[in-house]
Design a protein around this ligand. Structure first.
Ligand code: ATP
Length: 230
């Protein structure tokens, strides 16, 4: 495990649009942190995602909701008791939110002796070759793929070639180097999607228990998601 007996400190990153954050994201974040023994897991809203339609709700609101969701008592540098933190670094940059730039920035801040784990879904891994400077991602971080049971790594194409020699099924290996490995974590992901939550809110339906209460309150206070395009 990370963080004990001389093995590297480990920091995870879990990116997304979080439009809005929901219990699927939060439960996955908690499980990833525990399974990987991460010291911190940064949930990082993409300000301007390069690979999808721009979110209807501003990055500032999406970050505020994420902060409420990971909330609780802030301890020291903005970290919560759960070890989850809402990280605003992609809002502080201009232009599209390229992950490789985020990782380079984090690596520069953390130094060489920290294991950095970029957590992504299998859907993202399959399309990894469309990301900016994608081959460099593993220079900065390990990649952890949260996959529903039954998913398999790509077996042909550029991503499959890149995976050869990098993939491992041993989480402990990640703590022995700062970057460069790919680990698949089979997880039961809750059947919740932000798209459906936005539709429910636009229709005036309740999203209670799918989204933390404090986030629901924020949504109502700010009149968000009243229509699909809000
Ligand atoms: P949308 O419906 O707007 O596409 P989403 O909830 O699927 O939203 P994001 O907010 O961009 O997507 O997701 C952030 C991250 O959370 C992504 O890595 C995505 O794969 C993952 N994710 C999405 N839904 C779930 C879920 N139900 N359980 C666990 N992880 C999820």
């Amino acid at each position: 495990m990370f963080g004990k007996d001389g093995v590297l400190k480990a920091v995870g990153i879990f990116g997304g649009t979080f439009d809005p954050v929901h219990i699927g994201h939060l439960r996955t974040a908690v499980e990833l942190r525990e399974h990987l023994g991460l010291d911190e897991l940064h949930l990082m809203p993409s300000a301007r995602p390069p690979h999808r339609e721009q979110p209807g709700v501003s990055a500032k609101h999406r970050l505020a909701m994420l902060r409420l969701a990971v909330g609780g008592e802030l301890q020291g540098k903005g970290f919560t008791a759960s070890g989850l933190v809402a990280d605003d670094r992609e809002l502080r940059r201009e232009g599209l939110s390229y992950t490789v730039e985020t990782l380079a920035q984090l690596r520069a801040e953390l130094g060489a002796d920290v294991a950095l784990c970029l957590c992504i879904g299998m859907d993202s891994l399959v399309n990894l070759h469309t990301w900016q400077r994608w081959r460099e991602l593993s220079d900065y971080a390990h990649i952890v793929v949260a996959a529903r049971p039954g998913w398999h790594l790509p077996e042909t194409g550029p991503v499959a070639q890149w995976l050869a020699g990098r993939s491992t099924d041993d989480p402990q290996l990640l703590s022995q180097s700062p970057s460069g490995r790919v680990l698949v974590e089979a997880m039961t992901l809750l059947p919740v999607s932000a798209t459906k939550i936005r539709e429910d809110l636009a229709a005036g339906s309740s999203v209670r228990y799918l989204v933390p209460d404090a986030v629901i309150q924020y949504i109502h206070q700010h009149g968000l998601y009243k229509q699909e395009s809000s």
